[in-house]
Design a protein around this ligand. Structure first.
Ligand code: DGL
Length: 267
């Protein structure tokens, strides 16, 4: 039976390690919460998958989260929020927090006139950042650009690292022509390229939606009396759909994963 301290875990999921960047920011605010993290490494990367595929993956992961008795799920992946959230949002009894829809709402109320977005191909294709920003600020102008190789630069899997890194300059230049008030880094990995971005534009121009997102999730759990109020030390469980050792290794950029994740095979 559910106790009144809300000790049930919060689920986080992403295509792989990227969502750990969101978890890291969440942990800074809410160290007391119990966590179930799922990295869908067998389907990595999500950024080039179809809508149908992404909906299927999200459903399977949310079924798994349900079996773990979660009180809420954080979609820590921009691509899955963009392509799957609208379809799956009412299928479960627990609350689901999508990064794009949540962060866009908070950003839109700041009366910016022009917003740039860098994201994966699938996220840009969905136009979800534009749609959500315009929902709360009809006059806002948005330019979304897909940055194909940035995930692989961060994960060091790029086959042409020097070339891909040099190309960042052109991508930032193209965005700067739009004269954005702010540029949303609409993919879990992109804040980790800040050292490159600041060579071409001031740091203050860039927005990390995960920072805004986790603040909202904390606020919402709080107003719904869902925060874990127990004094027990919190736990974290990690699951992947393949390659647990590689996951722990790649995770180091974002978060320290202390235990080898268990492999969960999805239908
Ligand atoms: N985590 C994904 C996102 O935020 C990027 C990585 C991927 O393409 O799988 O969009």
């Amino acid at each position: 039976m559910e106790d009144n301290k809300n000790t049930s875990p919060i689920g986080f999921f992403d295509s792989g390690v990227g969502g750990l960047s969101v978890l890291a920011r969440f942990r800074n605010l809410l160290p007391n919460e119990n966590i179930i993290y799922f990295g869908d490494t067998v389907h990595l990367p999500y950024g080039n998958k179809s809508k149908e595929e992404l909906i299927g993956y999200a459903k399977n992961i949310l079924d798994f989260m349900q079996s773990k008795g979660v009180k809420a799920v954080v979609i820590a992946c921009n691509t899955s929020s963009a392509q799957a959230y609208d379809t799956i949002k009412d299928l479960y009894s627990f609350k689901i927090y999508p990064i794009i829809q949540t962060a866009a709402k908070a950003i839109a109320v700041n009366n910016y006139k022009r917003i740039g977005v860098f994201a994966t191909e699938a996220t840009v294709k969905s136009g979800k950042y534009t749609e959500e920003l315009k929902k709360y600020n009809t006059n806002i102008e948005v330019k979304e650009l897909a940055s194909k190789n940035w995930v692989s630069i961060v994960e060091k899997t790029s086959k042409n690292l020097a070339e891909d890194t040099a190309h960042i300059k052109d991508e930032i230049s193209e965005m700067l022509e739009f004269k954005p008030d702010k540029i949303i880094l609409g993919c879990t990995h992109y804040p980790y390229l800040m050292n490159e971005f600041v060579k071409y534009a001031p740091k203050e121009l860039f927005l990390d939606p995960a920072e805004i997102f986790v603040k909202y999730v904390k606020h919402d759990l709080d107003v719904n009396h869902s925060l874990n109020t127990s004094n027990e030390i919190s736990y974290e469980e990690f699951y992947v759909s393949s390659n647990p050792k590689e996951f722990v290794e790649n995770a180091k950029i974002f978060y320290e994963v202390k235990t080898l994740p268990e492999i969960v095979t999805m239908p």
